[in-house]
Design a protein around this ligand. Structure first.
Ligand code: NAD
Length: 480
């Protein structure tokens, strides 16, 4: 059985303990590779290699770093098909989705931030002829990058790329649930002759390898994407050590449809927002608010459209949804659906595990599920489920829906659908979330500030915000 290896100082190495645990493909339920059960010793070695490499990498010119990173992006593209297959097998997502979204974004992240670093500058503050202040933005050191399983290589590279472009070196800890494309990426770094020690990848459990990384004294900056509870734990470790911290956490995002919306577009987007990647995107619209005058028509059309979705083999291009990422997560989603029923929710469609044929019979599939009839303060409408489950809620007025949308502890993203441009501006401004889409969903521009309010996170990443995060600013004052 294939053994995934850590990537430290340019070498692929086993965990020091020699211990591994199973990697399961969610589409079949089979164990198909082994993951290093790394611990603080492996993290120590990786951090020390990153610390040494920092001395050289941080002193390279921007153009030299740009050349290395752009070459890495080219080598990623040369392995495009392998990465697509690996991501789908490891995560359960349809291959077409990995082909359209995840893998192109891996190389795009590197190209985008390498290019951005050439355009990145800082401020000058002139003091009426008395003095001039200028701000240096300097790389910080070894960056800890901790990423989740839902968009494995897409989010791993979203962190590594700006950290490197800004002149830092990296120790990354990918999700233990989806380590495979990070392993392929290590091999790609070797093929690209990427300088040793600049990127290090250590696999293992969050509460062991991840925890050791976040508490390592030689890691002064941490970029984390994952669940809100994990974010809390990392913040508790990092804050007393005064580490720079970016937290991209969970969401319970409202999708609001006003009666004057383009009906067909709103249906299309509501389906996409609810069920893309099996509903396992932090930005998914899991609370669907529809104005009461069109509620009944919208509900029928939404159910009809959802009925046409095919849950199936991730290798089959006609499958709209693939497998849920793990058995444990599938069971969590199913128990949330059961709880929704106990709370008095009506399941309009779906609600059950789906058992497919042949080699897929032990895979983790769930029918796309729509729930109706629950109050906004029910647990179903307050807690993140992170699966193909959406809850419909009617509303009467603009004021009411703003309150309903803002009623959770989360504040990551929102979508609203209306042809009234003034209303769109008003509602967008009133919603507590870091990102608001009008008449669309998940249209991403990598330059925008991205991140959440409230329990959805701290800080913003994206474009120059990422480069600001991964640098320390230092002011120099010169007396004239
Ligand atoms: P998770 O929090 O369980 O794990 C994320 C990463 O943190 C993994 O690599 C894990 O090993 C590591 N980890 C776990 N415990 C740790 C600890 N004590 N110390 C250090 N590291 C630790 O999240 P997940 O289940 O992999 O991902 C799903 C969650 O991520 C959802 O809540 C989703 O909303 C969120 N998410 C947010 C965004 C965003 O941009 N805001 C994007 C994607 C996913």
């Amino acid at each position: 059985m294939e053994k995934i290896q850590n990537y430290i100082n340019g070498d692929l190495v086993p965990p020091m303990s020699g211990e591994y645990f199973n990697n399961i493909s969610p589409s079949t339920g089979e164990v198909y590779s082994l993951i290093p059960d790394s611990d603080a010793n492996d993290i120590d070695l990786a951090v020390s290699s990153a610390k040494d490499a920092f001395k050289i990498w941080s002193k390279l010119s921007k153009n030299e770093r740009y050349d290395h990173i752009m070459h890495l992006a080219d080598v990623i593209d040369e392995h495009f098909d392998d990465l697509v297959k690996a991501e789908s097998k490891d995560n359960g997502k349809p291959e077409w989705l990995a082909r359209a979204v995840d893998i192109p974004r891996a190389s795009e992240n590197f190209r985008f931030f390498a290019t951005a670093s050439l355009h990145f500058d800082s401020e000058i503050h002139e003091m009426d002829g008395k003095a001039i202040n200028y701000t240096l933005r300097q790389p910080i050191g070894v960056a800890g990058c901790i990423s989740p399983w839902n968009l494995p290589i897409y989010l791993l590279t979203w962190k590594i790329a700006p950290a490197l472009a800004a002149g830092n070196t990296v120790v990354a800890k990918p999700s233990e649930i989806t380590p495979m494309t990070a392993f392929h990426f290590s091999q790609i770094c070797q093929k690209a002759d990427f300088p040793n020690g600049v990127i290090n990848i250590v696999h293992g459990f969050g509460n062991k390898a991840g925890d050791a990384l976040s508490r390592h004294p030689d890691v002064p900056i941490i970029s984390f994407t994952g669940g809100t509870i994990t974010g809390e734990k990392i913040a508790a470790v990092a804050a007393p050590m005064f580490k720079k911290l970016s937290l991209e956490l969970g969401g319970k995002n409202p999708n609001i449809v006003f009666e004057d919306a383009d009906f067909d577009n709103a249906i299309k987007m509501a389906v996409k927002a609810a069920f893309s990647n099996q509903g396992q995107i932090c930005l998914c619209g899991s609370r669907l608010f529809v104005q009461d005058s069109i509620y009944s028509d919208f509900k029928s059309a939404f159910v009809k459209e959802t009925k046409s979705l095919k849950v199936g083999d991730p290798k089959d291009n006609t499958s709209n949804l693939g497998a849920i990422v793990s058995e444990e997560h599938m069971n969590k989603i199913l128990s949330c659906i059961d709880h929704a029923k106990k709370e008095g929710g009506e399941i309009l469609i779906g609600g059950k595990r789906l058992v497919l044929d042949g080699e897929l019979k032990n895979g983790y599939y769930i029918e796309p599920t729509i729930i109706d009839g629950l109050s906004v303060d029910s647990q179903t409408n307050q807690e993140e489920i992170f699966g193909p489950v959406v809850s419909m809620i009617p509303f009467k007025t603009e004021e009411e829906v703003i309150d309903l949308a803002n009623s959770t502890k989360f504040g990551l993203s929102a979508s609203l659908f209306s042809r009234d441009i003034s209303r769109a501006h008003r509602v967008a401004a009133a919603i507590d979330s870091g990102v608001v889409w009008v008449n669309t969903w998940m249209l991403r521009d990598l330059r925008i500030p991205f991140g959440g309010m409230k329990s959805s996170g701290v800080g913003r990443e994206g474009g120059f915000k990422s480069l600001q995060f991964f640098t320390e600013s230092k002011n120099v004052c010169i007396k004239i």
